[in-house]
Design a protein around this ligand. Structure first.
Ligand SMILES: Nc1nc2c(ncn2[C@@H]2O[C@H](COP(=O)(O)OP(=O)(O)OP(=O)(O)O)[C@@H](O)[C@H]2O)c(=O)[nH]1
Ligand SMILES: [Mg+2]
Length: 357
């Protein structure tokens, strides 16, 4: 009877996305059970355990664990208290908008990413390259989904342009409201798989989830004049597909700044990086240096000058943000050290007083 229960619980965990990677982090001694974070609110999280769903308040130490949607946490078997956050298999994060140099977590433990764009003015090659770099960096499989294919005569040109961006890129064009069309995405949302959807406001992320999962999340028409969305979705949430995996909806983000993704950029732009490796000088800026293989490739028509320009733009944004964030981390570390030393001075003072008494 007990063995049957354990198998059922394990099956439920697997369907929640549980993997050997998480299992290996469990300490068999303690009385904690794993739970998947489905939603994060101010001071609370919604989780799913093998035994069902619940909402748990975060306070004290659990409030400092930096929990995001998709995370696995360990919860007390008896009471609803979060004790630990497990190491993540993947993480989406961005530099928070503004100059503060803060990092904002988007989603964790994601397997596949639907990069959603629409067959209208939202379609933008530079934006797709940015999202592809984010996917590579997070170690997740990207699928470019072009929605609103029903609104244009032919979507082939857009599909070809997107497919040419990086070797092996999968591109699907569809009407996100049409249940037959979205079936093409099922192979990436099988049981136990977690898929995050990223894309500008109004491209149809929530619509796609509603059609795939049969849910009724709010969606709103884009503005007629510029086709822009209205930021209808305001928080991240996970949605279950019947007999399938999980979809994470996210609000359309105006700004998705890169940081610490230099290697991922080299992968996405492997064509440019490949030519650059042939330049005579290792630090070639691909401007007017002799023996520059990149400018030679542009002259020969083997490389698009615009692609090089976009690569450089993303590279310099990445370098700038990486520096800002490193500075902030170092400031935070110094601040932490200062607080520690003040506390230890105070403790010593107290110890001195007690010693004197
Ligand atoms: N014709 C057509 N309309 C679509 C398609 N996908 C979405 N829409 C419409 O586009 C509008 C915006 O869709 P949403 O799903 O709210 O977009 P979203 O990406 O979730 O937007 P935010 O929540 O603001 O980030 C809605 O009116 C949808 O009905 C599509 O494939 N074809
Ligand atoms: Mg939405």
């Amino acid at each position: 009877m007990c063995a049957v229960y354990i198998m059922t619980a394990m099956d439920t965990l697997k369907s929640l996305g549980w993997r050997p990677f998480f299992q290996s982090q469990l300490d068999t001694e303690n009385q904690l059970t794993p739970a998947r974070v489905l939603g994060v609110h101010r001071g609370r999280i919604d989780v799913a355990r093998a035994t069902g769903h619940e909402s748990i308040a975060l306070s004290g130490r659990s409030a400092t664990l930096g929990i995001t949607v998709g995370d696995w946490v360990l919860v007390d078997r008896e009471g609803p208290v979060v004790r630990q956050r497990l190491e993540r298999s993947s993480l989406f994060q961005r530099k928070a908008p503004g100059t503060g140099g803060e990092v904002q977590l988007i989603a964790a433990n994601v397997d596949n990413l639907f990069i959603v764009t629409s067959a209208n003015r939202d379609f933008n090659i530079a934006r797709l390259e940015r999202y592809l770099a984010i996917a590579r960096d997070a170690g997740v499989f990207p699928v470019i989904v072009i929605t609103k294919a029903d609104t244009v005569d032919s979507v082939d040109e857009l599909v070809n342009a997107a497919a040419a961006l990086s070797p092996g890129t999968v591109v699907e064009a569809l009407d996100a409201r049409n249940s037959q069309d979205v079936e093409i995405l099922r192979p990436w949302c099988e049981s136990g798989q977690t898929v995050a959807l990223l894309g500008s406001s109004g491209v149809g992320k929530s619509t796609l989830i509603n059609t795939l999962a049969g849910t009724h999340q709010d969606t709103r028409a884009v503005r007629q004049d510029d086709q822009r969305g209205r930021h209808t979705t305001t928080s991240r949430s996970m949605h279950r597909l019947s007999q399938g995996g999980w979809l994470i909806d996210t609000p359309g983000m105006r700004e998705l700044q890169l940081f610490d993704v230099a290697d991922a950029l080299d992968e996405v732009f492997s064509d440019v990086a490949g030519f650059a490796a042939l330049c005579r000088f290792a630090d070639c800026a691909h401007e007017s240096e002799p023996g520059c293989a990149v400018t030679a490739a542009i002259d020969a028509g083997d490389l698009d000058a615009d692609r090089l320009r976009r690569f450089r733009k993303l590279q310099s944004e990445d370098r700038r943000n990486t520096e800002t964030l490193a500075e902030r981390r170092s400031r935070d570390r110094d601040f932490g050290k200062m607080i520690k030393s003040i506390l230890s001075d105070k403790q010593q003072e107290k110890g001195g007083k007690h010693g004197g008494n």
